[in-house]
Design a protein around this ligand. Structure first.
Ligand SMILES: [Cu+2]
Length: 95
């Protein structure tokens, strides 16, 4: 049942967000603990274009969802990560 709710939530998100919101996956070197994760989350949530941030410590992957019709470019992401003291090893975008 929980899975069903999750899936329907994803479908709703997909349909409503299909317009122009981006999902950006950023691989970050040096992300090792919950403290790093919280810091990165806070940093990105301060950005007006950002809707959601998820930090996956196991994969050192930061997933950012932008708000519809808002952009967050690679240069901005790189600067935010570097300023926080980490290095980016890759950025990929999912439409
Ligand atoms: Cu840490």
């Amino acid at each position: 049942m929980r899975k069903l709710i999750m899936i329907s939530g994803m479908i709703i998100t997909f349909i409503s967000g299909v317009a122009f919101a981006d999902t950006i996956k950023v691989s970050v070197n040096g992300l090792v603990c919950a403290f790093c994760a919280t810091g990165i989350e806070k940093t990105f949530k301060k950005q007006s274009a950002v809707d959601q941030v998820n930090v996956d410590l196991d994969n050192r992957l930061v997933t950012i969802n932008t708000k519809p019709n808002q952009k967050l470019d690679d240069a901005t992401i790189t600067k935010l990560i570097n300023d926080a003291g980490y290095q980016i090893t890759g950025i990929s975008r999912v439409k």
